[in-house]
Ligand binder design. Structure first.
Ligand SMILES: Cc1cc2nc3c(=O)[nH]c(=O)nc-3n(C[C@H](O)[C@H](O)[C@H](O)COP(=O)(O)OP(=O)(O)OC[C@H]3O[C@@H](n4cnc5c(N)ncnc54)[C@H](O)[C@@H]3O)c2cc1C
Length: 303
């Protein structure tokens, strides 16, 4: 009997030449050769095998709120993680990686746990947050992670425990792995932390302090290693250094250093990746010359 091999382009739900600008809050990026919205993580082994057989690289995204895609697009399979079930049992919240972080925060709050509230307003999925240890107002998602379930083609599904995840400022062991596995499920240990910043205050503070134009949030890491929400005005915040260098409003093409928050490089409507990177290069060069500091990108620049 002859088995007909399924090709990636024929896998149900795979789209061809999907514009990536639709999947990044920067609204920048050319087409992905293959694009798949993953609703069910159990589809991963088969999809990954087909991609592997065809020699196609896989890249996973969540909400696309921290990725700057190339103008030329990607000759890859881009998987947008959309599996998003959340369950809470006792003090453990289990979320599929595509669950919006905001929904997890509300579910935890409704169950009587307020520990995640300072993270309210931080856009994106829980998987994306764990990848880069997203944080705000002195709290990090990594503070609450017990373990994650990940997938890679060599090892199938397996768990990584907190002690293996090496969370740091905007980093995790997963982010540093040569073959980044796909985060499928996140297990958080919830706490009742009376007296911390509540979700409404956290969200309101963003409305007041953050620009509304398209962006991926703070472009550079803070040299001080603190969240933008904490250290916009603190010593060694990237925003303060850029502001003091007089770079607010610096523009190349459609990209500009925000007038409202100097660590945001915003897309004024028609920016390309090249425009954003030209602004970023100028900022880095200026801060190096003026302050002797090498700013490092927080946004995941994909080339
Ligand atoms: C207005 C604005 C404000 C922001 N404020 C903050 C802030 O206060 N603090 C902060 O930390 N960040 C902030 N960000 C950045 C961003 O929201 C966070 O980094 C967020 O956690 C990214 O989640 P995401 O799902 O959008 O990830 P994406 O942007 O989709 O992906 C980011 C990276 O994670 C990887 N990734 C995503 N999902 C998975 C997965 N399931 N498995 C493996 N890898 C994965 C991607 O490959 C990529 O490298 C802000 C962004 C914006 C636009």
């Amino acid at each position: 009997m002859i088995h007909k091999k399924i090709m990636l382009k024929d896998f149900e739900g795979v789209k061809m030449d999907e514009p990536l600008k639709k999947h990044s809050s920067y609204r920048i990026g050319g087409p992905a050769k293959y694009f798949f919205q993953l609703e069910e993580t159990l589809d991963l082994p088969e999809l990954a095998k087909i991609a592997d057989n065809e020699g196609v690289k896989i890249r996973v995204i969540g909400g696309g709120t921290n990725v700057l895609f190339p103008d030329e697009g990607l000759d890859e399979l881009v998987i947008r993680m959309n599996a998003h079930k959340i369950e809470i049992k006792d003090d453990i919240l289990v979320a599929e990686a595509g669950a919006p972080l905001a929904v997890a925060i509300i579910r935890a709050k409704d169950a009587g746990f307020n520990c995640l509230e300072p993270l309210m307003g931080l856009p994106g999925t829980i998987g994306g947050a764990v990848f880069g240890n997203a944080g705000a107002f002195g709290k990090w998602i990594g503070d609450f992670v017990e373990k994650v379930q990940v997938f890679d083609i060599a090892n199938d599904f397996y768990n990584m425990r907190k002690e293996d995840l090496a969370f740091g400022y905007r980093t995790s062991a997963i982010k540093k792995m040569a073959n980044v596995p796909i985060i499928c499920k996140v297990f958080l240990k919830l706490k009742r932390d009376a007296g911390i910043l509540n979700d409404e205050v956290a969200r309101a503070s963003r409305t007041i302090n953050q620009p509304t134009e398209s962006s991926c949030g703070c472009f550079f890491k803070n040299p001080s290693g603190a969240s933008c929400t904490v250290s916009k005005n603190a010593v060694l915040s990237a925003g303060k250094l850029i502001d003091e260098a007089g770079l607010k409003g610096f523009t190349v093409g459609g990209a500009k250093v925000s007038e409202m928050h100097a660590n945001f490089i915003v897309n004024m409507g028609n920016a390309t990746q090249k425009d954003v990177l030209a602004v970023a290069e100028h900022v880095k060069k200026t801060i190096k010359e003026k302050n002797g500091i090498d700013l490092e990108e927080e946004v995941q620049v994909i080339k």
